[in-house]
Design a protein around this ligand. Sequence first.
Ligand SMILES: [Zn+2]
Length: 59
Amino acid sequence: MRKKDTRPHDDSYVDNLRRMFSKREMYKATCVKCGNACEVPFKPIEGKPVYCRECYRKR
Ligand SMILES: [Zn+2]
């Protein structure tokens, strides 16, 4: 049986992805609604409102 799609690069790529997801870098931000410090799984963009989990749920 021959596998055409076996590429060594894909292995490290998937490995990287998996590591990224398990690591989940959190960024410190301030909630625009309640002013509490919170952490978001994405890099806060300037000028874009960030909500903490509580406020996000209440929206
Ligand atoms: Zn909030």
